[in-house]
Design a protein around this ligand. Structure first.
Ligand SMILES: C[S@@+](CC[C@H](N)C(=O)[O-])C[C@H]1O[C@@H](n2cnc3c(N)ncnc32)[C@H](O)[C@@H]1O
Length: 255
């Protein structure tokens, strides 16, 4: 089954200018008053959730495991005229590849669920090694606890229009596997003049993780001032009602 990350142009079809604007506002609120200039996003993808930071004037570096996603990201950076440094690496071995420290290290786009729970802990420790003393760690994620409570099977997205007028329909089917992982089947239809002329199918295999796992790893490393907000953050809600959240935490200052 096809991997969506091998088709970065299709991945990007869903990210609108409106979403870009919403994320700019989100980061402005989340990072307000924090002494952050340099940011590394270790699941940069094509940069949908990272370019808003570059547009706000942050000095952005991006890494990702997928070469096709990064190639598309590099093309977009050039088109947008935004200076973004990119490198290919697995966030479970981040420090070895990056070997540099930033004011803030992020993982955007709910990427942690692509690896096992044990590897989420490993990724957090790798991110920590790339954060300056007193800097920040940030990630966003689907709220897996909420998903596992509802165990939805189907999700039908609002159809949307590509620039050339093609109407794209979007359906997800979720399978809950016996080992606790989740397979998401993504079906897309392409329609013009009332006729579907193409369909595409992708599959994602994900590993739900609890917020508690991240909290306990961050506490072990001495992180404090944890802020957990909806992503993007427009209004505060109890965690159990948030579908997609982000967490920002402060690394201890050097002794
Ligand atoms: C849903 S996409 C998010 C991409 C981008 N941040 C965005 O929001 O558009 C998840 C990304 O995580 C990347 N990824 C998955 N496993 C990874 C790993 N072990 N190390 C680095 N990146 C990984 C994928 O290649 C993909 O680009």
């Amino acid at each position: 089954m096809a991997d969506l990350y091998d088709y970065p142009e299709i991945y990007d079809e869903r990210f609108t200018d409106r979403a870009n604007q919403a994320y700019k506002q989100h980061y402005e609120k989340m990072l307000a008053g924090k002494p952050i200039r340099s940011i590394l996003d270790c699941s940069f993808g094509t940069g949908c959730l990272t370019f808003p930071l570059a547009e706000l004037g942050y000095q952005v570096t991006g890494s990702d495991i997928s070469a096709p996603m990064l190639e598309q990201g590099a093309k977009k950076a050039e088109e947008k005229g935004l200076p973004v440094d990119l490198l290919q690496c697995d966030f479970r071995e981040l420090f070895r590849s990056v070997n540099q420290a930033f004011d803030c290290v992020m993982s955007t786009g709910s990427a942690f669920a692509h690896v096992s729970n044990g590897d989420v802990a490993k990724a957090l420790h790798e991110m920590d090694k790339c954060i300056k003393p007193g800097g920040y760690l940030y990630y966003d994620s689907r709220n897996w606890e909420k998903e596992l409570q509802s165990k939805k099977r189907f999700q039908v997205g609002q159809p949307f229009y590509r620039e050339d007028g093609v109407r794209i329909g979007y359906v997800q089917v979720w399978d809950y596997e016996s080992d606790g992982s989740v397979t998401i089947h993504i079906l897309q239809s392409y329609e013009k003049g009332g006729r579907v002329f193409e369909t595409k199918e992708f599959e994602e295999h994900l590993h739900p993780f609890a917020l508690g796992l991240v909290r306990s790893e961050l506490e072990k490393m001495g992180y404090a001032q944890l802020e957990i907000k909806p992503c993007p953050w427009f209004e505060d809600k109890p965690f159990s009602e948030i579908g997609w959240y982000c967490l920002l935490a402060k690394k201890p200052e050097a002794n």
